[in-house]
Unconditional design. Structure first.
Length: 114
């Protein structure tokens, strides 16, 4: 299982109506220092309707200005459609909607994947 595979699997674990941070996804994928890699992986998401990359936000709750599938406004709309509330135009109410924990994704592939 590649790093990207683990990232995508971690993102699939975020329930509808919730968000996780890039760091939380990186940690669940096996290396909490890979938050930027998470961003890149989500930018090239091969299955946007299946892998809910819109549920990943910055640690302060801000949506991505570079959301690959329609920009920040589209990410906000997708989250609002799931019932996620915002404290302002671009920041999710993290106290209410951030998942407290994402379980680690098992690494069944190359140990060098990181």
């Amino acid at each position: 299982m590649t790093v990207f595979d683990r990232i995508y699997e971690a993102v699939r674990l975020i329930p509808a109506g919730s968000v996780a941070t890039y760091g939380q996804v990186a940690e669940a994928a096996g290396n909490r220092r890979l938050a930027r890699v998470v961003g890149y992986a989500l930018h090239v998401n091969p299955q946007p309707g299946v892998i809910p990359c819109h549920r990943v936000v910055k640690k302060d709750g801000e949506v991505s200005s570079a959301f690959a599938f329609g920009g920040a406004n589209r990410q906000v709309a997708l989250l609002q459609a799931e019932g996620v509330a915002f404290t302002d135009e671009l920041h999710v109410d993290m106290e209410r909607f951030r998942v407290s924990f994402l379980p680690p994704v098992s690494s069944c592939g190359n140990p060098q994947d990181g």
